[in-house]
Design a protein around this ligand. Structure first.
Ligand code: AGP
Length: 607
């Protein structure tokens, strides 16, 4: 998720570019850059680091140009660096572009361009686009817009592009497929950006581009076409939000925005990983695990990421023919775990900067264990320590409470477990159904979004309560842990999670009239057991929220939420969304600061 801005008009372009990038910094901020164009040529300034670094570089530079493009980067290909930052230009330095998205077939296109003599200066997928434009504009001698249309037909994946060139310094070319791009206009010019907040200081009149559309922006006009070059109707809207709420996508908080981003970021995390029943996790091929006689596997993390580890271990231990264990990083690093070259350690972290997890990773490396990191932030510390890295593609997670990072961790760990079964030649029960349902998971997660108002109503059960209890068995247990943590984090309601079978061994003493019990019963072999455990709590006056599958008999329960039909291993992912919403609305009910809960930090970089 990068931030893009473009402006052409009567006045200077730079002020618009920079204020727009500042409004989009929540979309990613590991590097930033701008290109301005006029009759004298291109002027590009770009740097690794936050937008403030770019502002410092530009402070004493005179930039009268009235046409330009800007970019803040959330790296997906190529670690954060000056060379990998956008804009990227062709070898002649006459064409410059910025990009948001992932070009899936960039490697093939790069090889073809290298064979034609093109030279690359970055590791990014983006750079192939500017060289394709160069090839079609200079070698095929096509007008720039036709060169753009020819280029976009060669690209697979997602892209929002902004392009300027020295032969036509009076216009900006834009193209959009899957990544967002909105256009705007006002008396001082026309503009474009990845998201509306960047435009709102200049105009509330915006035109969201649709997939497969390209546009030509000039100082006092703009034209929109499809990728075949046919003009398309322009559906301008008057944007209803102010900047602050626009950055939250119109939601009241980043947490709710990020809850709703889960279908798309799960789709992005799974992108390109399936061919029929084959799964592609080429990032771990380099570990040659089948040649290492792996005798034990540890999954290690903190907080929410640790719950993802418990999910992975619960799933893998059903068929792995070696010891499999999940540990909090803070315990792993001091617990003298047995580690050697026959040990695989998987470290999970949204930020890639959590001190305990980094220390655990270093401990594993010091004992020659094979290490893999599952991380959301490209180029973060853990990605530079681990032997192999798998990226969740959740985009920047702004809210302190982790939501979309968690579900994309579950997705990626489920894929890794399939890959481990394949590489280690372990017979994985339900493998076929897992592969099948992973490919419909985004739609299933979208479906549970329909429970939002129900969860808001159910949160009222906690209005006068100070405690809540979450229970589950097998793969439902990490869901219970995560549901309890979310509730504690954002609403400050005390919550505990128990194995459902453990309730009667003590915790049930806590249950009294109106106690709220959230029960996860999605795993066929044990769901009925959990349901009978719940009856024990109802007999003592509890109010039970049952999250289960469509085929589970539950007539006697008042609050039943039925998840979409998915294989049991994936039910915890759709279930997690309901528990996130439950925590969210409880926090809202109690007037808490949802995005910035008291005492918490987004990344715990100290012990
Ligand atoms: C999650 O809601 C919490 N904010 C916290 O438990 C978090 O998961 C934990 O600190 C680990 O962070 P990481 O994933 O960045 O390593």
């Amino acid at each position: 998720m990068c931030g893009i801005t473009g402006f052409i008009g009567a006045g200077q372009a730079l002020p618009f570019l920079m204020q727009g990038l500042a409004k989009l910094e929540y979309r990613g901020y590991d590097s930033a850059g701008i290109t301005l164009v006029d009759e004298h040529g291109l002027y590009t300034c770009k740097t690794k680091g936050r937008l403030s670094e770019l502002e410092a570089l530009l402070r004493d530079v005179r930039c009268p140009q009235n046409c330009g493009i800007g970019h803040t980067r959330w790296a997906t290909h190529g670690v954060p660096s000056q060379l990998n930052s956008h804009p990227h230009s062709n070898m002649k330095n006459t064409i410059s572009l910025v990009h948001n998205g992932i070009i899936e077939n960039y490697a093939v296109l790069k090889q073809e361009l290298l064979a034609k003599g093109y030279q690359f200066t970055s590791e990014t997928d983006t750079e192939i686009v500017v060289h394709l434009l160069d090839e079609h504009y200079y070698r095929d001698r096509l007008p720039m817009f036709e060169a753009l249309l020819k280029t976009v037909h060669q690209l697979q994946g997602s892209f929002a592009l902004c392009i300027v060139c020295t032969d036509e310094p009076d216009r900006i070319y834009v193209a959009k497929k899957e990544s967002p791009m909105v256009l705007g206009r006002c008396e001082s010019g026309t503009m474009c950006a990845s998201d509306a907040p960047a435009l709102l200081e200049y105009t509330k009149e915006i035109l969201p581009l649709n997939d497969g559309e390209a546009a030509i922006l000039k100082a006092d006009s703009l034209e929109v076409y499809d990728f075949e070059g046919n003009p398309v109707p322009e559906n301008w809207i008057s944007f209803p939000y102010d900047v602050q709420s626009a950055q939250k996508g119109g939601y009241d908080s980043f947490m709710m925005k990020e809850i709703h981003e889960q279908p798309s970021v799960i789709r992005e995390t799974l992108r390109g990983r399936f061919r029929g029943e084959m799964i592609y996790m080429q990032e771990i091929d380099r570990l040659h695990l089948d040649e290492r006689d792996i005798r034990r596997i540890y999954y290690v993390a903190c907080g929410t990421a640790y719950h993802a580890c418990i999910y992975a271990v619960t799933q893998l231990s059903r068929y792995a023919r070696c010891a499999v264990n999940a540990m909090p990083a803070s315990e792993f690093r001091y617990g003298s775990p047995y580690l050697d070259e026959h040990t695989l350690c998987v470290f999970v972290s949204q930020s890639g900067e959590t001190a305990d997890t980094i220390a655990a990773l270093k401990l594993a490396k010091s004992h020659h264990a094979v290490t893999t990191a599952v991380v959301n932030v490209l180029g973060s510390s853990m990605t530079r320590l681990a032997d192999a890295v798998l990226y969740t593609c959740a985009g920047p997670e702004i809210s302190v409470a982790s939501t979309k990072a968690y579900t994309t961790q579950l997705v990626l760990l489920a894929c890794l477990n399939v890959e481990l079964a394949d590489v280690m030649d372990w017979e994985m029960p339900g493998r076929r159904e897992m592969i099948r349902d992973l490919q419909i998971l985004p739609e299933a997660v979208e479906e549970v979004m329909g429970y939002e108002s129900t969860m808001e109503q159910l949160s009222k059960l906690l209005k006068d309560q100070r405690d809540a209890y979450f229970i589950g068995r097998q793969l439902d247990y990490p869901s219970a842990l995560e549901g309890a943590l979310k509730l504690k984090e954002v609403s400050y309601v005390h919550a505990d999670a128990y194995y459902a079978g453990e309730l009667k061994h003590g915790p049930i003493a806590l249950i009294e009239k109106d106690s709220v019990v959230v029960a996860m019963a999605t795993q066929p072999e044990v769901a009925a057991k959990t349901v009978s455990n719940i009856e024990e709590t109802i007999a003592r006056g509890a109010q039970v929220i049952l999250i289960t599958t469509k085929d589970m008999p539950a007539e006697k329960f008042e609050h039943v939420l039925r998840l979409p039909n998915l294989c049991p291993d994936l039910a915890p992912i759709t279930g997690a969304v309901l528990l996130q919403m439950f925590a969210y609305f409880t926090a809202e009910l109690k007037g808490c600061d949802i995005d910035k809960p008291r005492n918490l930090a987004k990344s715990v970089t100290v012990e």
